[in-house]
Ligand binder design. Structure first.
Ligand code: CU
Length: 148
């Protein structure tokens, strides 16, 4: 390949990478070192336009307490976006929608629902809800996902 063409290709590549980076939305994910489903959920976020800052934690209980996750809403990993928590295997579309919800402290998919993002098991799924925690400390249903 002649040099000018190679340079042109490189600059196209570079420009594209910059444009993509500008669109990515940052999110912090806190997880236990040995959590496999947490890594699967991180992949789900990454393929939906989120830029994950991955934090491996020694004490997830302490992290959840610090971030204001009510114990009844608990799951495995805990993420933070725009100062709000995202607990468990919440679908990326709900994570993105949370950015517009000033009334909520965070959202959660309590437990480890089969069939939720990162919890895919061949041929098995269960219905689950995404629950929002209001600034007043109440639970509200944000979304219903049926078994599929
Ligand atoms: Cu999990």
């Amino acid at each position: 390949m002649k040099t000018p063409l190679r340079l042109a290709l490189l600059s196209v590549l570079f420009t594209t990478t910059l444009a993509q980076a500008a669109e990515l939305i940052p999110i912090d994910v806190h997880r236990d070192a040995n959590c496999g489903c947490c890594k699967q959920w991180i992949s789900h976020l990454q393929s939906n336009g989120l830029k994950v800052n991955d934090h491996v934690e020694a004490d997830m209980g302490a992290v959840k307490q610090r971030l204001g996750v009510a114990p009844r809403l608990g799951s495995c990993h805990t993420a933070v976006i725009d100062g709000k928590f995202v607990e468990g295997h919440v679908p990326a579309e709900q994570v993105l929608a949370l950015r517009q919800r000033a009334d909520l402290r965070g959202i959660a998919a309590p437990g480890m629902p089969l069939g939720s993002p990162g919890m895919e098991v061949q041929g098995r799924s269960e219905a689950y809800q995404v629950i929002g925690l209001t600034r007043d400390g109440d639970d509200v249903v944000v979304a219903d996902y049926p078994a599929h």
